[in-house]
Design a protein around this ligand. Sequence first.
Ligand SMILES: Nc1ncnc2c1ncn2[C@@H]1O[C@H](COP(=O)(O)OP(=O)(O)OP(=O)(O)O)[C@@H](O)[C@H]1O
Ligand SMILES: [Mg+2]
Length: 268
Amino acid sequence: MSALTAERPAASQGRGTPLVSLRNIQKHFGSLHALRGASVEVYPGEIVALVGDNGAGKSTLVKVMAGVHAADSGEYLFEGKPVTVKKPTDATALGIQTVYQDLSLCSNLDAVQNLYLGREVTGSWWGGGRIKRAECEVRARELLTRMRLGNLSLTRPVGAMSGGQRQNIAIARSILETPKVVILDEPTAALSHSAAEGVSTLIRTLADQGLGIVIVSHDIHHFVVNATDRIEVMRLGANCASFKSKDVTGEQVVNAMVGGNEGVNLAG
Ligand SMILES: Nc1ncnc2c1ncn2[C@@H]1O[C@H](COP(=O)(O)OP(=O)(O)OP(=O)(O)O)[C@@H](O)[C@H]1O
Ligand SMILES: [Mg+2]
């Protein structure tokens, strides 16, 4: 199919209602108008890339989705129904988890400890409320196997792991609560090509299990065009183009980012 054929992306065809839909979002930081009518939606099983130049508003938009920033105005729909998301716990209660770029992992702790940090499986209070390490380990192994990460060490401090392995543990941590949507802000920024491919495989595994994935990335030529289903391009706080990933080249996406391709919508 030609990249110039305007139609809905395959990933959202016949899938009913988007899991999350943000429409016409406005956001100011003081006098700075960061989002000027920005929109993004994700369907079950779909991987949506949010791209754009530095300062285009990508992180701000996903932070509105994650409840970190409250929008000044605009619509926020979850599974088709208007919802109020003004703080991170509003988003997590809906089943929206976010993996931040700093990963928020503790380097001196191992994978199991990081996965269960703050939500350990504890015994009864009369037993001292001790962390049931063995049970956490079994659950962690099950989770990692489901994510096809069965080879990751459960006992090495994550500080001794590679960037790609740490990224995978951060993603696994976001999956523990069985979310419906996972947001990743620049997950491949500091990764080697092969580690970024590992993240691609992982998010596809999750999408195949029905999750919606929203991913911010600057790695247009490799990651974005190859590992996602749909690409939303942002410029100056608004959407300026939309592409089906499989029908577009990196050059076309970059052109749209820098303004060479006004108002393109090839994703329907
Ligand atoms: N907490 C904040 N306070 C004030 N201004 C902010 C804040 N967060 C973002 N901005 C501003 O809003 C605009 C959009 O920033 P945002 O971080 O969303 O861009 P981005 O597309 O994620 O860029 P990058 O690719 O560099 O990460 C920028 O002008 C930025 O300086
Ligand atoms: Mg950003």
